[in-house]
Design a binder for this molecule. Structure first.
Ligand code: ADP
Ligand code: MG
Length: 151
């Protein structure tokens, strides 16, 4: 299992995919989200938050790098776009080793800090409302999760 792919035709469908993923996650899991502006990274995170029982509205954390939300598990929502080209460590390990789920938009900008076990997700724009969402599991736990999602 090196990849699972979903095609969604509305933002609601993208949220549903994320919501399904949320039910399979465990404390300390790290998810990276890659994709152009408008691909649906924040939309995906909203669905994930809903699945984790987050009641507050999730918005893009562009001006804060990380926002924390309380659900059944804490959700740490990062947008590290502004860290491009810097090697600043904002204390990533505290989040990655914490009790919550970490979701990182533009994760390639902090490659050197990412844990080896993680779920890499890439969103591609096919047309205005169609997205191709690819899951690339890194490590056995995430491979199992992807197998479950592919069922
Ligand atoms: P990003 O965080 O990647 O910049 P956003 O989630 O903020 O992207 O924005 C995605 C935009 O695309 C939203 O306006 C959303 O309504 C729209 N959209 C249209 N179709 C889809 C789809 N299938 N999945 C996700 N978003 C979609
Ligand atoms: Mg975003």
């Amino acid at each position: 299992m090196n990849k699972v792919e979903f095609i969604t035709k509305t933002s609601e469908e993208t949220k549903k995919v994320a919501e399904r993923l949320a039910t399979l996650l465990r404390p300390g899991d790290v998810i990276t989200l890659e994709g152009d502006l408008g691909a649906g990274k924040t939309t995906f995170t909203k669905g994930l938050g809903f699945g984790l029982g987050v009641k507050r509205t999730i918005n893009s954390p562009t001006f804060t790098i990380v926002k924390e939300y309380l659900g059944e598990l804490p959700l740490y929502h990062m947008d590290v776009y502004r860290l491009e080209g810097s090697d600043e460590d904002i204390g990533f390990d505290e989040y990655f080793n914490g009790d919550g789920i970490t979701v990182i938009e533009w994760a390639s900008f902090i490659k050197e800090f990412l844990p080896t076990n993680r779920l890499d997700i890439v969103l591609r724009v096919k047309d205005e409302n169609t997205r191709i969402i690819s899951f690339y599991p890194k490590g056995n736990d995430f491979e199992k999760i992807c197998e479950e999602l592919a069922r």
